[in-house]
Design a protein around this ligand. Structure first.
Ligand code: ADE
Ligand code: ZN
Length: 382
């Protein structure tokens, strides 16, 4: 019997259901059923291909990507050699750098993620890192991206704040000029470090204020609630920065952290935050305020048991401004197009919903109203 090449792709819509029924009917016993099954398979493969094409050519904004999480093993290896530092063990142990890193949950991911940053030392390294990501994003028709960076993960190793920002900034300027990609920087505080370190980092960033559009909060959420950083966020707002905050999936006290981010910190958006579906009052609040959630299905599927497709779709269909991003694409092995395709394959979202996700992304992006209108018009013409 012929089997569909990728059965994970075909489990929801009508044709998928029909195909499943066909397969269960032992088509080798019936030539006409065999023919019907073949037709359904070809039709589905064509539809999937058309969807891939639709996603690939759609103008997109990516709002949740950690620049340090875009370092592909081959680039990390090159930088280690250039800087004469040991090749990180997660890469040294790979037979082939095109295979990607190996880990299985959030803890094992972070245990690979932070040591790999040791190869990033000079402003040229940060330039190369960001330019490689921006080139990849451009190849996927991302027209605007907002990139997180973690200064404390570098300054704590003796790399100067200005080396980090200068390298990233130069990559943004070059990408804007040569690729036509719009990009900006969001400075994240590491929530497993103390609030004073975050405040010191904020002060250190002030001379570079114009290069940074807002601040965020990432790393290990356990026992590190948003409220730990209330003074830092209050100061960031005084300085004119916008504010976001990771509220990771299925954390201890997820709902309370989301509540703090919304009510106590007064964030402008939330990164992940899908556990909000468990609290209707908070869902209403984000809807009323027009706040967005930056969701990352491929990353979710690696660090938790579930990729939260059902919850993302529920929020999207109830009018919450949900968007889709890649998080740490070199680690989770999916850039923005692969993340959108996961929503098509495994959460059965439609073309119209793909458009809504992108409209949301441009609407909640931290760009000027003029740029926003331009990108939204581009999308409406699509
Ligand atoms: N930093 C980089 N990736 C992260 C993630 N998925 N969660 C929290 N902090 C991160
Ligand atoms: Zn993230």
């Amino acid at each position: 019997m012929r089997m569909y090449k990728n059965s994970a792709k075909i489990d929801t819509c009508f044709q998928q259901d029909a195909l499943r029924r066909c397969i269960s009917l032992r088509t080798e016993d019936s030539p006409s059923l065999f023919k019907l099954q073949s037709l359904l398979e070809d039709n589905l493969a064509d539809k999937m291909h058309a969807m891939e094409e639709y996603i690939a050519t759609m103008p997109k904004a990516e709002l949740h990507v950690h620049i340090e999480g875009t370092i592909e093993p081959a680039l990390a290896q090159q930088l280690a050699i250039r800087n004469n530092v040991p090749i990180p063990s997660s890469i040294a142990s790979l037979a082939d750098t095109s295979n990607g890193y190996s880990f299985h949950d959030l803890t094992s991911f972070l245990a690979v993620y932070y040591p790999n940053m040791a190869v990033l030392l000079t402003s040229q390294d940060f330039f190369d890192l960001a330019y490689a990501y921006l080139t990849k994003a451009h190849s996927q028709n991302v027209v605007h991206t907002e990139m997180f960076f973690d200064p404390q993960a570098h300054t704590s190793r003796g790399v100067s704040f200005s080396s980090v920002v200068t390298g990233l900034r130069e990559a943004i300027v070059k990408a804007e000029r040569e690729l036509g990609v719009s990009a900006s920087l969001i400075m994240c505080f590491l929530r497993d470090m103390d609030a004073q370190s975050a405040m010191d980092t904020l002060i250190e960033a002030l001379p570079h204020k114009d290069w940074i559009v807002g601040v965020g909060l990432d790393s290990d959420e356990r026992d590190n609630p948003p409220s730990k950083f209330s003074d830092v966020f209050a100061r960031a707002k005084q300085e004119g920065w916008l504010v976001t905050c990771h509220c990771d999936i299925d954390q201890k006290n997820s709902i309370e952290h989301i509540r703090q981010a919304l009510e106590d910190i007064g964030v402008d958006r939330i990164d992940h935050g899908t556990n909000i579906v468990e609290d209707e009052r908070l869902v209403q609040m984000v809807k009323e305020k027009g706040l967005g959630l930056t969701c990352c299905p491929v990353s979710n599927s690696v660090v938790t048991r579930d990729f939260k497709g059902k919850e993302i779709v529920q929020l999207l269909r109830s009018g919450v401004k949900v968007t889709i991003s890649s998080d740490d694409p070199a680690y989770f092995r999916g850039y923005v197009n692969e993340n959108l395709m996961k929503m098509v394959n495994d959460a059965n979202i439609s073309k119209e919903e793909l458009l809504t996700l992108q409209r949301n992304a441009f609407e909640i992006s931290w760009i000027s109203e003029g740029k926003k209108e331009y990108f939204l018009r581009l999308l409406e013409k699509y």
